[in-house]
Design a protein around this ligand. Sequence first.
Ligand SMILES: NC(=O)c1ccc[n+]([C@@H]2O[C@H](COP(=O)([O-])OP(=O)(O)OC[C@H]3O[C@@H](n4cnc5c(N)ncnc54)[C@H](O)[C@@H]3O)[C@@H](O)[C@H]2O)c1
Length: 259
Amino acid sequence: MASSLAGRVAVVSGAARGIGDAIAERLIADGARVFSLDKVAAEEPRKDVAYLEADVTDPVSVAQAFKAIDARAGQIDILVNNAGIQRVGLVGKISFADFSAVVSTHLNGFFLCASEAVPRMAARGKGGAIVSIASTAAFVGLPGRGAYCAAKAGILGLTRALALEVASVGIRVNAVAPGFTRTKLIDQGLADGSLQEDWMVARVPMKRLAATQEIANAVRYLAGDEASYVTGQTIIVDGGWTIQGIPHAPEWLQSPPAE
Ligand SMILES: NC(=O)c1ccc[n+]([C@@H]2O[C@H](COP(=O)([O-])OP(=O)(O)OC[C@H]3O[C@@H](n4cnc5c(N)ncnc54)[C@H](O)[C@@H]3O)[C@@H](O)[C@H]2O)c1
């Protein structure tokens, strides 16, 4: 059984829907008090989540949200950097505005939220856990998704650097890298034709997309005391997608040995 998160306050960016909503649900289930920072209203608000309107790319908006959490909770134990967007386009064609929006949401968002959370965690002296949602795109190239690949790889770099900066005060900094997970982000790619479900599933050794709860379970592990000596790491949750060299053993290797 997982340890309790009772008495801990978690901030989850982008928890209005999708993976962030599943993370909020999972943390609440184990006793945490959860604040969501999102620029849109929750699609199906959870009664135990405090929804704050905030844009993680905007330092003023992020600072205001953390001040509101100070007033309402007075502490932060867990920060989950989950807010994300997708813009597709080849280099030479994608606009600078779209490229910057992707990098800013994922990477600046992590930086800005961590810049608010770290001093508060350190001042309180009870450690803390920061978990950021990267992607398999941090490890492989996806043509047309250069901004996303760069931003997600950047998240892993910042994760490792920050982990070293704050290890001595008991703050752990880790990442979760999901594979294809059925959310609005993926629906957008299916709708614009940049993704196709048949080839997405065909390349996953486990032959299915992830459920949002399967990503949330990895976040929950890294956020809690079970991961008390784990820092600077990334858990890949992708059904075997990134470790695939060839898809399966040839038929002749699979036939039963001759008597
Ligand atoms: N769905 C997948 O297959 C997949 C795979 C790998 C990684 N991820 C990552 O998981 C995270 C969550 O994605 P999702 O699939 O749940 O997408 P989603 O679009 O369903 O949810 C993303 C949430 O982030 C919020 N958000 C976007 N920009 C914001 C901003 N500037 N400030 C505050 N909130 C903002 C959105 O409003 C939305 O509620 C993202 O970081 C995404 O890159 C998703």
